[in-house]
Design a protein around this ligand. Sequence first.
Ligand code: ZN
Ligand code: ZN
Ligand code: FE
Length: 757
Amino acid sequence: MIERLKIIIRGAVQGVGFRPFVYRLATEMNLKGYVLNSSRGVFIEVEGSSETLKKFLLRLEKEKPPISIIQSLEFQILDVIGYKEFEIRKSEKEEEITTLILPDIATCKDCLRELFDPDDRRYLYPFINCTNCGPRFTIIEMLPYDRPLTSMKNFKMCPDCEREYHNPEDRRFHAQPIACPECGPHIELWNENGHKISEKENCYPLVCELINNGKIIAIKGLGGFHLIVNAADDNAVKELRKRKHREEKPFALMFPDIETVKKICEVNELEERLLLSPESPIVLLRKKSSYELKISEYVAPDNPYLGIMLPYTPLHHIIMRFLGKPIIATSGNLSEEPICIEENEALNRLNGIADYFLVHNRPILRHCDDSIARIIHNREFIIRRARGYAPLPYLIDDELGDNLIAVGGHLKNTIALKKGNQVFISQHIGDLSTLESFNAFKRTLGDFQNLYETNEAKFVGDLHPDYISTKYLKDQSKDYKLIQHHLSHIAACKLENGVKGEALGVSWDGTGYGFDGSIWGSEFFLIDDENFEHIGQFRKFYLPSGEKAIKEPKRTLAGILYEIYGSDILNSAILRSKFNETELKLIVNQIDKKINSPECVSAGRLFDAVSSLIGITDYSNFEGQAAMKLEFSIEKGVDEHYEFEFLKNEIIKINWEKIITGIIKDIEYGIQKSKIATKFHNTLTEIIVEFAKYTNQKKILLSGGCFQNVYLLERTIERLKQESFQVYWHQRIPTNDGGISFGQIAAYNLKNRKLLN
Ligand code: ZN
Ligand code: ZN
Ligand code: FE
């Protein structure tokens, strides 16, 4: 199948023979499309088979002119346009230029070479950087990007640095964060009371010794603090879990180099590219079935994947070089709070968590977590957009009218700002339930409005009246619009993939506020360029004790069985094995009398209930855990699925009753859990395929947190393709609620078709 590869490159790629190089490569590979140079970067589009496009992408980076440097590369696979030739296009006439704030860029090869060269004046200097690498977004106070307006303003350049800074021939010509051991920032090692134990190069061997001795070190990095422990040390990892109140949620790892990663995980070419890219995100990789290097099983319990990144600052490179083994590098915070960025704040907030603090005196001006990504079907799939990506704009084809400020959702919150045809999506902010995150939310909102001067913008937020972001928006402005959560997901997927005309949107996630005020999460929408129509969802069930059911999937199971059997569930053997009689009576009473037992149609909660039903887990320690465990228990190669039916009312209600009764029968027959789990996943895919056939739409959009489930996503893509549908899923924008702010902008002008008639 022929696809279109679209690439945007930023960096030192202008005036270095980059366009002729792209032209030669594309024509040699017989690809059609164009390359274009503009103030916003180099744009490339080529069309070809999926395999050829992958080769083009990899060769582009490997064979580029030696003096060109890529600071950022984002690519997408889109529908074919049908180019007839390959051309070097003339730059469009330059429109109003918004100065770009670059993201923080991983240390470049040239700086790395100097860093480990004993004869270099920056030997082992942890703040080495140049025009092509180093901090940007996290040190910029405001524009224009000039040293006095960065957090480097208090460091006066020494004569040597000054000379490099003013020499147009030098790699550090106008490198704003330029520094050296003479004049730049320094590191210090502190104990838990903030007393200095060591400084400068003397810290390195000490830090390594502490890590080897099982200590927990808070290290001030680029966009905030990391908590570091030896990834092989079971006791240290368990201690970190205990202190951080993080029972089972996987920790991210930092590996010394790509070779060591390959000892532990399967790494394909695109994954390798991503690990080594200037963005340097955490990449989710599948563990090998056996390996010699030890990684504690407490890093990611019962999880077939590991989240791995490579060192991306000079300080990380030095520590990893000295240490020579993988470490956990998790955000320096209490779970769900934003990452710490300041040393005194860290001493305070990480008190009792970290044993030592490796700090420095270059202020971090805004928090920026590590980004998370994986490869799906030869495409990148960004799960958390932060360091390396924020705050680069996402360019949209149409201007879509007004300038907008989108306040996003509640969990995994991001905000977004639309100016002309650029959408600036903020770095990941997090779960807005804590005061710390709410403050970070307000800071980021103010920050983006200042940076991009959008005072005339209109506000847009989520329909949920209790979301803190929604409440905040209502306080800020009278001129706002609220968008239904699942519509935002779908509109985000449509806009990101450049899909024009009518499509069927499938929006599945854990929770969102529906038009009828109930909890949605299994939504089907028809959507075109102007209108939308809500056309289907699951049959309802109950969440006894509301929010508590999210942490206790067995409650959701009771809520589902109640919808089928009513108060007969008092005799259910399965439920009686999970609840005592009093508890069960209480639940039935609760639902009967409609006390704190909201109705819900969430696909995410259905996953939870099935996870409990087949005995995988009755509790979730973190958002989505029960569903993840269900996914991880899958047995590849099972093709069967359960029955289901469509009830045609005003909208289509998908009746899941036969799925549940089918599973109960399978349990009684003694069918293995893994097989049941697989059949359940397959059923969800078949529901989407049947729905797609029923609506007679050609284009299907998949969005929402449920599609982080790789088995569900990949199988649904494959089945839809088999049935000749065109299927779209997320690439650059998160499929989870991190994509809601972008979706609110995408859905801003859409009208409800039902209300039009
Ligand atoms: Zn550099
Ligand atoms: Zn200097
Ligand atoms: Fe959602």
